[in-house]
Design a protein. Structure first.
Length: 307
């Protein structure tokens, strides 16, 4: 009886836990996993509320909610890595959240705020933005392991969303009332952002910045000035920061950087989701075989549960 209970406990740990160095480790606390998922959910709900605000013609509130979603998008990954709770589920959930928060919501804001006078062409232009945002996210998920960590391949989707949100806030800051100018500027801006997202223009990723290392005094002063400017004029600062980042990609190309290499993304995958174009390494196959062997061995020892 004692051995059967021990085997049953080991089986439960195998199903709900993880394999680490060939040994079964206890499952992580559910509360730790909930933290990054909760942050991602807040970003998703912020994007959805932004969409509702756009429909109700509350454009400034819609832009602010996009900024909240942007903050959540930057926090969830860092919290997951810091707490060692990164998982494939979190990656997929974050990508689906970005489609709504930085694809559908900004397109809806651009449609209701600037493009609606175009008539049938308005939904086409905003629809192109949504499709390009989804394609950009799908390409990022496929190319993550093979791309340079210091550069983004094309304009990131949150950056494009912040450009639309910053334009709305800057328009409200100067209290402008120029609907025709909005159509003239908003249409090429939306299409340009869509094109930059699916392009191969290099953009800085800032992932190599380590806040634990010492920074030069000039860098600290520049960061403090930016923070003070954001606090003093948040509406205008978001527009200026977003514009600077949008232009940073073409500026990198003017300095000599070339378009990032083309990485094929339409390769077939097997039933396990692995790339058929790349043969699995011997180490991966050995580890998979070991894991499957240990799982079979443990499960075979567990008592059979009656139907």
């Amino acid at each position: 009886m004692i051995n059967q209970a021990r085997d049953r406990d080991q089986t439960v740990r195998l199903i709900s836990g993880r394999l680490r160095d060939g040994k079964i480790a206890a499952p992580l606390s559910r509360n730790i996993f909930l933290l990054p998922v909760a942050i991602t959910s807040i970003g998703l709900l912020s994007g959805f509320y932004s969409l509702i605000s756009s429909v109700n013609s509350h454009f400034e509130l819609a832009a602010v909610m996009l900024a909240v979603a942007f903050i959540c998008d930057g926090l969830d990954g860092r919290v997951a890595r810091a707490s060692h709770t990164s998982s494939q589920f979190g990656v997929e959930y974050d990508s689906l959240s970005d489609v709504v928060a930085f694809g559908v919501a900004p397109a809806g804001l651009a449609y209701m705020w600037a493009l609606k006078p175009l008539g049938p062409w308005a939904w086409f232009v905003s629809g192109v933005y949504v499709v390009c945002a989804a394609l950009r996210l799908a390409r990022f998920n496929v190319q993550t392991a093979s791309m340079d960590k210091n550069r983004f391949n094309g304009l990131p989707v949150p950056g494009a969303a912040m450009m639309i949100a910053g334009s709305v806030l800057a328009y409200s800051y100067f209290e402008l009332d120029l609907p025709r100018v909005l159509v003239i500027i908003g249409t090429p801006l939306t299409l340009a952002l869509a094109g930059l997202m699916v392009s191969r223009v290099p953009y800085p990723s800032f992932k190599s910045i380590n806040f634990r290392h010492r920074a030069p005094v000039e860098t600290v002063i520049a960061v403090l000035i930016v923070i003070a400017f954001v606090i003093a004029m948040p509406q205008l600062s978001l527009f200026l920061v977003a514009t600077s980042y949008i232009l940073s990609g073409p500026c990198l190309m003017l300095k000599g950087e070339r378009l990032l290499k083309r990485v094929p993304v339409l390769r077939p995958a097997d039933e396990h989701g692995r790339d058929r174009g790349k043969p699995s390494s011997a180490a991966d196959m050995t580890q998979d075989q070991k894991s499957e062997g240990k799982s079979t061995q443990v499960l075979s020892k567990s008592p059979r549960i009656a139907d």
